[in-house]
Design a protein around this ligand. Structure first.
Ligand code: FAD
Length: 441
């Protein structure tokens, strides 16, 4: 007997679709939906974005092979590659004596088809945005795309056959379905699941610095490198294709602030520099000279912050009619310590677009969405577990003895797990995309 979908509207697959949020999830979903060929009616996509067109995303992403595979399917990998730093291994050093604890692969061209790519978040979003804008200008039978910036969604409600979005301007818009891709502080999520508050993990990332590789000593230091200190972890990573521009970031335990407090701290570049110098350059510094020098010479104006917030992996990513669907950080924001937030957004987008590709009836769509949710939740939970563990390794060790024990545990872990660090299941995952193309890597 065929299984009955958990959620159902009994309506044909949606065609007038609003995507709330022009972040990595919303933009990649739009591009992936443009490759769907099985729908009987054209898709009309409206993207609603809070920020202005030219708003810049700060900070850097490490895109793992599972993310690069999807960007490759979208024809963007080759464009992004020369704008970032491609690498395979991260070396882990003890901050006490610069001894090598181990190394782990973040990418592997031979094994996974891709390296890992360190690249500005703004560059990735910029390329996705340009591709969507190009799509919006094309005269295509199967899809139309409209983008509205500086458009804040403040309410969402379901009528028998429609979903109504209320905008801050007072305007109301009607769609067949709404995709909430509006990030960790998602409005759509709260309107569907009640008041879900992201919780502060206790960890703050401060990063930037823009150093010149040629000034870094020792010259033979293997980069990217993570220095495991007693009070926090400190990472140095090239960010330009030639490897000459190097940025750093430290993940440290701090007290929570409110939104204004974080915004104020983020803008106060001299204060960020002071925190980095105080933490890493004191007289009895626990840090090696390379870290001390990086903090002293790092350019203050390039520093930015990233307070790490978690949102629970929700029980349900859809409304009871399957007409409001959450994805990306809105559905499962996770600690950044595994470098998988963007990858999960892309995987959600590819697999959700496949639901459209495979469903031409009401039943097929409802069943497809249910299965999509179950499969994605399962993977998101596993990824969250590993990123949480990876974050815990960066927390303060109460004593030097405990720091040494932690280093030995890590050393043993790398020895037992081998060069892939037991993470092959994360990186070798190749989410199927509509109109999958064989790409030669
Ligand atoms: C500094 C930093 C470094 C990171 N490093 C990594 C990394 O190394 N690797 C990795 O994989 N991930 C990393 N991440 C995480 C990654 O960027 C996110 O997981 C990813 O961007 C999630 O995509 P998203 O589209 O779901 O959300 P977002 O990218 O946050 O996009 C949400 C969009 O929705 C818009 N929006 C919000 N509310 C509304 C509303 N009410 N109405 C209309 N629009 C709205 C927002 O303006 C935004 O444009 C990093 C994040 C930060 C901040």
């Amino acid at each position: 007997m065929a299984s009955t979908p958990l959620h159902s509207s009994g309506l044909p697959p949606p065609h007038r679709i609003a995507i709330v949020g022009a972040g990595l999830a919303g933009l990649s979903l739009t591009l992936l939906l443009s490759r769907v060929r099985s729908q009987q009616q054209p898709l009309h996509i409206t993207i609603l974005e809070l920020r202005p067109r030219h708003a810049q995303d700060g900070g850097f992403l490490a895109l793992a092979p599972n993310a690069l595979h999807i960007l490759d399917q979208l024809g963007l990998y080759q464009k992004l590659l020369p704008q970032g730093f491609a690498y395979e291994d991260i070396a882990f050093y003890s901050a006490r004596n610069l001894s090598r604890i181990g190394r782990v692969k973040n990418g592997d061209v031979k094994r996974y088809g891709y390296p890992a790519l360190r690249i500005g978040r703004g560059i990735v979003r910029g390329e996705l945005l340009r591709a969507v804008e190009e799509l919006a200008t094309q005269d295509r039978e199967e899809i139309t795309v409209e983008m509205r910036f500086e458009t804040k969604v403040v309410s969402v409600s379901e009528k028998e056959k429609n979903v109504i979005l209320g905008l801050a301007s007072g305007e109301e818009l009607t769609f067949d379905a709404v995709i909430g891709a509006d990030g960790i502080h998602s409005r759509v999520r709260n309107l569907v699941n009640g008041d879900v508050k992201p919780t502060f993990s206790g960890m703050l990332g401060i990063g930037g610095g823009r150093l010149d590789r040629r000034d870094i000593r020792p010259q033979d230091l293997s980069l990217p490198a993570m220095f495991m200190g007693k009070s926090n972890a400190f990472m140095m990573m090239p960010t330009s294709a030639d490897g000459n521009e190097v940025t750093f970031f430290a993940t440290m335990e701090v007290e929570e602030r409110d939104r204004e407090g974080w915004a104020k701290l983020g803008e106060d570049k001299q204060e960020l520099k002071r925190i980095m110098v105080d933490r890493h350059c004191g007289r009895a510094s626990e840090w090696p000279a390379v870290v001390v020098e990086a903090c002293r010479s790092g350019k203050a104006d390039s520093l930015s912050i990233w307070p790490h917030y978690n949102a629970p992996i929700l029980e349900s990513w859809t409304s009871s009619s399957n007409r409001i669907i959450l994805m990306g950080d809105a559905a499962h924001a996770m600690p950044p310590t595994g470098g998988q937030g963007a990858a999960m957004a892309f995987e959600d987008a590819a697999s959700l677009a496949m639901v459209f590709e495979r469903s031409d009836t009401a039943e097929a769509f409802d069943k497809g969405v249910d299965e999509w949710q179950t499969t994605r939740q399962d993977r998101a939970r596993k990824i969250k577990e590993f990123t949480t563990k990876s974050g815990d390794m960066r927390r303060t060790s109460p004593s030097v003895f405990q720091q040494i024990v932690k280093e030995w545990i890590m050393w043993l872990y790398f020895k037992v797990k081998g060069s892939d660090g037991g993470l092959a299941w994360v990186y070798e995952h190749k989410e199927k995309c509509p109109g999958d193309v064989k790409v030669k890597v």
